[in-house]
Design a protein around this ligand. Structure first.
Ligand code: FAD
Length: 292
């Protein structure tokens, strides 16, 4: 399969990338690892006239703790997320998503911003990032804006990103004592497969009485974008965490999603698995939050 013809741009800075994007707008596409974009170009689903490769922009690579946030550069690869000590210590649910993504070959090229930018409903990284309350920084030659990742996705392949913008970094509030999150994905095969269901849960415990003060449950592959399980979250709020409560939340989450039937699984199977994964990810989140 041949690629369609395109002009190749290789900016060395975010400013330069923004200038190129401002010049070509919808006729240009940002290229990170290419594991999603190149496949779509080879299949002739996309044929951008200009490719703007981000691989020379050093400032978009790396991870740091700044104040009460962990800041991850858009070019940080999925493989790097799986081995990073800060991610391992503080963002276990994101690490689980990274470890579940594709194969070693894919993880070595795929980037965190590319995973978000592809806006696939079954992607492995957005659910935990949304559950942690992450924001994304979108930069253009007119300035920058910070958008809650939970408000970023508009539909399969569609996002809040404007044609001239670059997603430069992801900011995740650093989890502290009393907070925890878990992520589990389920596919037909154990690896190299699109998820049938994937769920991330985050909880924060009240330090005085141990009740649940904050909860975010995010379901992937069961709607056009990652979905918050609002009813399940309200089941948890103000309650003392235990097995029965998490089962009840799992039951509520099933009602919060709108899956479809396809060759990977029926809508009813997906709903049932949303219940199971919600309960299990809440168990993980609770173990972390209570320091068990
Ligand atoms: C064999 C195979 C297996 C896969 N398995 C999985 C899997 O298990 N789970 C999963 O979630 N995904 C999977 N994928 C999909 C893909 O690998 C991931 O979504 C990956 O993270 C995409 O990142 P990338 O850097 O390669 O993005 P690219 O392909 O370079 O870009 C993807 C999209 O994001 C945009 N983009 C890239 N960087 C930016 C930026 N900084 N700012 C704004 N927009 C940007 C691009 O313009 C493009 O629209 C798989 C792909 C393959 C080929």
């Amino acid at each position: 399969m041949l690629l369609p013809r395109f002009d190749f741009h290789e900016p060395a800075s975010i400013d330069e990338a923004c200038e190129i994007m401002a010049t070509f707008g919808p006729k240009a596409k940002l290229l990170a690892g290419g594991t999603d974009l190149m496949v779509n170009m080879k299949k002739k689903i996309l044929a951008p006239e200009n490719l703007v490769c981000l691989s020379k922009i050093e400032s978009m690579h790396g991870i740091t703790e700044k104040g009460d946030q962990i800041v991850i550069g858009g070019r940080y690869t999925v493989a790097e997320l799986t081995t990073d000590p800060l991610v391992e210590k503080k963002l276990g649910a994101l690490r689980s998503g990274a470890r579940a993504l594709g194969s070693p070959l894919v993880r070595n090229r795929a980037t965190i911003a590319g995973n978000i930018g592809s806006a696939r409903p079954a992607s492995d990284l957005p659910p935990s990032l949304i559950a942690y309350g992450a924001t994304v920084i979108l930069v253009s030659s007119k300035g920058e804006r910070e958008v809650l990742l939970g408000n970023f996705f508009k539909g399969p392949g569609f996002t809040e990103l404007r044609p001239e913008e670059v997603l430069t970094e992801i900011r995740v509030p650093t989890p502290t004592d009393g907070q925890g999150a878990g992520y589990i994905n389920l596919g037909v095969r154990k690896a190299q497969d699109c998820n049938v269901v994937n769920v991330a849960s985050y909880i924060e415990l009240d330090e005085k009485d141990g009740s649940i003060k904050k909860a975010r449950i995010v379901m992937g592959s069961v709607g056009p974008t990652p979905l918050r399980a609002g009813t399940a979250e309200s089941v948890l709020l103000g309650q003392k965490p235990d097995e029965a409560l998490f089962l009840k939340a799992g039951e509520a989450a099933r009602q919060d999603c709108t899956p479809i039937d396809d060759f990977r699984g029926s809508a009813s199977y997906r709903k049932a698995m949303v219940g199971v994964l919600t309960k299990r990810t809440l168990d993980i989140a609770h173990r972390q939050a209570s320091g068990a």
